[in-house]
Design a protein around this ligand. Structure first.
Ligand code: ZN
Length: 334
């Protein structure tokens, strides 16, 4: 009896600050069944589909950078109900996202088979959800498939580092169907296919010929700063010309809202022109990369999502090649 009351008294004693903090940390990182269900809720994407054209739904990501609060949901994907089933454009950043996308498709258009999944390019936010779909229906140009095969594991490793448990179980899966035709029929619907480049070495654009919706992937950004880790600026500009000339009713950029007026094309072009001009000028003035990174953002682009971060990343991506181009090595013959 004495020992019980002693035990109760001891338990009832107030925790010190340090012990309380330690307990909070343990609960936050706990792997028990009860806490697991809390964590599972926190790692829920809660995706929603927006009908942007007849039987065409976009799942719009945040105009942000990958972090633990968004779980990597910073990308636009889309799905279309065609007469005989469903066509999907891009699959998101992880298996968890891919599973959530499949559930959303089933909720929106129940009982329809997924006939085709297109990957617009090999960046991780666009294809790491492939695992949730039948590999036999996933299609892309050969160069996208090769890029995924070469870079997929490295991208996945990096995403695990940034997003931790959001990425659990994700493996990079390359498309199995290599496309090269100008168009294809899928489930009673004709899609025009465009093989472009500039954001990466292979950027695949799809137009639904019935609705006139163009799925532009990351050749087009709207209200979000373009990313440039594999950019070839001249090729990108040419692709923007091609995209502007395509007959369309609506364009879905890779990041940002759907665009009925090609605003994403002009905004992306203007940003690339400013970026290229600013960095070329910085190189010609002899600025170091660190000095270039703190240059001011043009007021025209200050409102773009994550513009400072992307500008700093672009300095890293583009500066070495600009230095090589503007300061060529001079061979001095003796
Ligand atoms: Zn991209």
């Amino acid at each position: 009896m004495a020992s019980t009351s002693h035990h109760l008294r001891k338990s009832a004693a107030p925790f010190s600050q340090a012990r309380r903090r330690a307990l909070q940390w343990m609960v936050a990182g706990c792997g028990c069944a009860a806490c697991g269900s809390i964590n599972a809720r926190l790692l829920d994407f809660d995706l929603s589909a927006v009908e942007i054209a007849s039987k065409t739904w976009a799942v719009l990501g945040r105009t942000d950078y990958f972090d633990m609060s968004n779980g990597g949901n910073i990308v636009n994907v889309a799905f279309i109900e065609v007469p005989d089933g469903i066509v999907v454009i891009d699959t998101g950043p992880s298996k968890r996202y891919g599973d959530a996308l499949r559930a959303l498709i089933e909720k929106t258009v129940p009982g329809k088979p997924i006939l085709r999944v297109y990957n617009t390019h090999h960046h991780p936010d666009h294809f790491l959800g492939n695992q949730s779909f039948d590999a036999n229906v996933i299609a892309a140009p050969q160069q996208v498939i090769e890029n995924i095969t070469i870079d997929g594991n490295g991208f996945a490793d990096n995403m695990y580092r940034i997003l931790g448990d959001w990425m659990r179980g994700t493996l990079p899966i390359a498309p199995t169907v290599a496309l090269s035709s100008e168009s294809e029929q899928v489930g009673g619907r004709k899609f025009s296919l465009f093989y472009l480049s500039g954001h990466t070495s292979s950027d695949f654009v799809i137009r639904d010929d019935q609705t006139g919706v163009v799925f532009a992937g990351d050749l087009a950004f709207l209200y979000r700063a373009p990313t440039t880790p594999h950019a070839q600026i001249d090729a990108w500009r040419e692709s923007l010309d091609t995209l502007a000339a395509i007959d369309k009713d609506l364009l879905l950029p890779g990041h940002g809202p759907s665009d009925p007026k090609d605003e994403s094309l002009s905004q992306t072009r203007d940003y690339l022109d400013w970026l290229y001009g600013t960095l070329s000028d910085a190189v010609s003035r002899g600025l170091t990369m660190n000095e270039a990174m703190i240059l001011p953002i043009s007021p025209e682009f200050e409102g773009l999502g994550v513009v400072r971060t992307e500008f700093e990343r672009s300095v890293v991506h583009l500066y070495p090649a600009l230095e090589d181009a503007l300061y060529p090595v001079i061979e001095i013959s003796q």
